[in-house]
Design a protein around this ligand. Structure first.
Ligand SMILES: C[S@@+](CC[C@H](N)C(=O)[O-])C[C@H]1O[C@@H](n2cnc3c(N)ncnc32)[C@H](O)[C@@H]1O
Length: 254
């Protein structure tokens, strides 16, 4: 067995780009939910931290003009392949940092899914991302962030095995071992994960830590308000929260 320990966020996600989709259930209903929120604002949609682009492909099939941004090149590579396979066109797929992008155009709707805003542990970074979203929204345009609920109490969960939620191609086996802990003082959820990829008998194990900073609704409202957003409200959607974690969506407008 070969072992890897990636050093930073892009290395972690580069390692996961080929297999991350297997750990999502079918996302058709989730895509419909995003389409329902987006259609109130218009056709031009930007998915920040879009990963392999599965949601974007679904939205493109629904008729939206879609742009995706992700920091990890191999995620954007996967997204390009998906668009080709599904024979739909993105407006653009861009390798960029969500804190620093500048596209010279505005969108009707910008969203961050799967709690990805939690990757930014510093308030400064959150402010940068929200500043970029604000600058790239047309006046009256909408932002939606899917976030995780902070647990009420600290916890330390023992290692658990996760199987793929979809069929993998013949000859490929993937599974994850994952343990987590939550610290209410810092509001940090720490996940230590070992990803195993067995391709025709050659097993590669990668171990990495992901830290996510979880916010209360009040904190998020204040952060959005300070960034200039209006009409801030929370939505719960069973098709988004049905993914097995407690997520909610905060929506606001420029
Ligand atoms: C859990 S994955 C994305 C899943 C995707 N949102 C979805 O719904 O399918 C998190 C993504 O965030 C990206 N990412 C992490 N830090 C980033 C940053 N500073 N700017 C842009 N993308 C970033 C990673 O490359 C990774 O693809």
């Amino acid at each position: 067995m070969k072992r890897f320990r990636p050093a930073d966020m892009t290395e972690i996600y580069a390692l996961r780009a080929d297999t991350i989709d297997y750990f999502f259930p079918d996302r058709k209903d989730e895509i419909k939910s995003w389409a329902k929120i987006a259609e109130k604002y218009g056709d031009d949609v930007l998915h920040l931290m879009c990963g392999t682009g599965e949601i974007l492909v679904g939205l493109a099939k629904e008729g939206f003009n879609v742009t995706g941004i992700d920091l990890t090149e191999s995620m954007i590579y996967q997204a390009r392949e998906k668009f080709e396979e599904e024979d739909v066109e993105p407006e653009d797929l861009i390798v960029e940092d969500a804190r620093f992008f500048k596209l010279g155009k505005t969108f009707d709707f910008i969203f961050v899914s799967t709690g990805d805003l939690h990757h930014f542990l510093d308030k400064d970074d959150i402010d940068k991302v929200l500043g970029k979203i604000f600058a790239h929204l047309r006046p009256g345009g909408g932002v939606a962030l899917e976030l995780f609920e902070p647990p009420e109490n600290d916890f330390k969960r023992p290692e658990k095995r996760h199987r793929p939620l979809r069929d993998t191609p013949k000859g490929l086996k993937v599974w994850k071992l994952n343990r987590s802990s939550y610290h209410s003082d810092s509001q940090i959820l720490e996940i230590v994960e070992k990803l195993h990829v067995d391709e025709e008998g050659e097993i590669i194990e990668s171990e990495y830590d992901i830290q996510l900073k979880l916010y209360t609704k009040k904190q998020i409202e204040l952060i959005l308000d300070n960034s200039g957003f209006e009409n801030i409200r929370h939505l719960y959607d069973k098709d988004l929260s049905g993914k097995g974690h407690d997520s909610w969506i905060v929506v606001a407008e420029r």
